[in-house]
Ligand binder design. Structure first.
Ligand code: IDP
Ligand code: MG
Length: 138
């Protein structure tokens, strides 16, 4: 078993896809270890996405991520990081495979509905970023 961190981004919350995406999480066999509805301050978005700070879209990305409420969760499953990346699809919804979350719900490459950790190591640090001091359910 391994863990991943996922976020339902402001565009998907605004477009009322929270229920669909949580249903998909359960259908894909993930166990929910922690779940929170919250909103990022722009400074927190900058910290969360700091690996992208040299990229041209960084400013817009951080503004968009702080533009409205989000849902964040820590999930557990066999091969959690890679399985969730498969379920969400390519960054650009135009390139995402049919029935992936981004193909179904994303508005654009920036407003692409969901986040998923890219490694086991980043999963742990992203879970800590949002759930520090909180015991994960087991
Ligand atoms: P990922 O979310 O598929 O892992 P990353 O390359 O890690 O993609 O980029 C982080 C986020 O930055 C993306 O999910 C998307 O919201 C945004 N982003 C990435 N590339 C672009 C772009 O070319 N234009 C606008 N936003 C982008
Ligand atoms: Mg990424």
């Amino acid at each position: 078993m391994s863990k991943t961190f996922i976020m339902i981004k402001p565009d998907a919350v605004r477009n009322k896809h929270v229920g669909d995406i949580i249903a998909r999480i359960e259908k894909e066999g993930f166990k929910i270890l922690a779940l929170k509805y919250t909103k990022l301050a722009e400074t927190d978005a900058k910290e969360f996405y700091k690996v992208h700070k040299e990229r041209p879209f960084y400013g817009e990305l951080c503004k968009d991520m702080a533009a409205g409420p989000i849902v964040v969760a820590a999930l557990e499953r066999e091969n959690a990081v890679l399985h969730w990346r498969d379920v969400i699809g390519a960054t650009d919804p135009k390139e995402a495979k049919p029935n992936t979350i981004r193909a179904l719900y994303a508005e654009s490459k920036g407003a692409n509905s969901v986040h998923g950790s890219d490694s086991d190591e980043n999963a742990i640090s992203e879970i800590t970023f949002f759930f520090k001091g909180m015991e994960l359910v087991n």
